[in-house]
Design a protein around this ligand. Structure first.
Ligand code: MLT
Length: 408
């Protein structure tokens, strides 16, 4: 008889957002009249901006002509897009990242999930707690952890960097030395961030310890304050110890179009072996490149028109974030995030658990959010709302939550 990858059996339930979607679908089925507002998964609601639509149309037309048809492209992405990314996201910020170090893909989720494949199975992994579940689950699937321990609220063998109210939801350097360190700033789920000085401490630590930082910068477009790094490569020495992931989902509304990229610097070297070469090998073996038309849409993100239109789009979501943050504060909630990120992290009132609050919101006021505990044990007692809804739904949801709190 064949065998299966038993590490999958260690996974806890289904993927967080699938669990939520199922709960909401069940509720809707038994309450067909309910007008549910979804502020759970961080999915965008604004349409693609005109500059992107125009680029898509143009690329579609090209694909219908013999001269401009594109078949398989370079697995790493077309030069036109990689060069735009290098210029705009790095060189303009004083970071010496070259186009050749950038791997274009169909989204950051796959890349942050797959990157662990190029590292040894005996590597010790550190994640923040609360954490985007993909970092944890993919390491569980690979067999880099032991079983889930109810007692410890996490997988054996993983180092959990607790991010709590007391430390401003920022991780502290661990006592036990990790090999792979996942960091995400601005943070999903807490919406909090880290200063450049504090990130520099992580870079220095990784370089001193011979660790690699897997840095998820999916939400950098939402940074509004000075002194917050948009890329880990703003820190001295980061090219020797960090891989960085970017998404086009949140800054440009590509959740349905799919596009992302990963930077694997040439200077990152492990015992004479280049992770860049390994990732390149993996990419070439398992991937045929993001669609041409989507990469053209990605290029439009960096055009003058695209940039101006997307600035407005980001501002729209950040106004939602402000409304939720201020509105909930006024109603007596303790809230975090929402200043440099499209997520608001609120403290569940009346000592209820995150899932109890989830059920209350769904059943009493038909608003969906994400229970903090879905992101890890340290998320217990917290709840995440996204600012990616429409303005109308955001305001309605806010009123409903405030009403629920008033009736507490
Ligand atoms: C989230 O809600 O945490 C994100 O939208 C999930 C994702 O980006 O994959």
């Amino acid at each position: 008889m064949y065998t299966i990858n038993e590490h999958y059996l260690k996974l806890q339930g289904s993927y967080l957002f699938s669990t939520i979607a199922k709960k909401v679908a069940d509720y809707q089925q038994s309450h067909p009249e309910a007008r549910i507002i979804r502020l759970g998964i961080g999915d965008v609601t604004r349409p693609l901006v005109p500059a992107i639509i125009e680029a898509l149309h143009k690329a579609v037309e090209e694909m219908g002509t013999a001269e401009d048809f594109h078949g398989y492209g370079p697995e790493q992405g077309y030069a036109f897009l990689r060069e735009c990314i290098a210029r705009h996201d790095y060189l303009s910020r004083g970071c010496a990242v070259s186009a050749e170090e950038i791997f274009v893909s169909d989204g950051a989720k796959q890349d942050v999930g797959n990157i662990q494949e190029i590292f040894g199975l005996n590597n010790k992994v550190a994640v923040c707690d609360p954490v985007y579940p993909v970092y944890v689950d993919t390491n569980v699937m690979a067999g880099r952890t032991g079983a889930f321990s109810e007692k410890n609220g996490g997988y054996e063998g993983l180092i959990y960097l607790k991010c709590r109210e007391e430390n401003g939801f920022a991780p502290e350097l661990p006592e036990e030395r990790p090999d792979l360190i996942y960091l995400c700033f601005p943070n999903n789920p807490t919406g909090m961030t880290i200063t450049k000085e504090d990130l520099q401490k992580w870079v220095d630590y990784a370089n001193a310890q011979g660790s690699v930082i897997l840095y998820d910068a999916a939400y950098e477009a939402y940074i509004t304050e000075e002194g917050i790094p948009h890329s880990i490569y703003e820190c001295e020495g980061a090219k020797r110890c960090a891989i960085e992931f970017h998404s086009f989902s949140k800054n440009a509304g590509f959740t349905g179009l799919r596009l992302g990229y990963t930077v694997v610097p040439r200077e990152l070297v492990c015992n004479g072996v280049s992770p860049h070469e390994l990732w390149n090998r993996r990419h070439g073996t398992k991937y045929n490149g993001a669609p041409y038309i989507v990469q053209r849409a990605g290029e439009a993100v960096y055009s003058k028109e695209g940039q101006a239109q997307l600035k407005e789009q980001v501002a729209y979501y950040m106004e939602n974030a402000r409304l939720i943050r201020e509105g909930l504060k006024e109603a007596g909630f303790t809230v975090y995030g929402g200043v440099n990120a499209p997520y608001i992290w609120l403290k569940v009132p009346s000592g209820r658990s995150s899932w109890e609050f989830f059920d209350d919101l769904l059943e009493k006021v038909q608003v969906v959010g994400t229970p903090g505990t879905g992101f890890g044990q340290a998320g217990e007692g917290y709840f995440r709302l996204t600012a990616f809804g429409t303005r109308e739904n955001t305001l309605k949801a806010l009123e409903r939550i405030r009403g629920l709190k008033a009736g507490d």
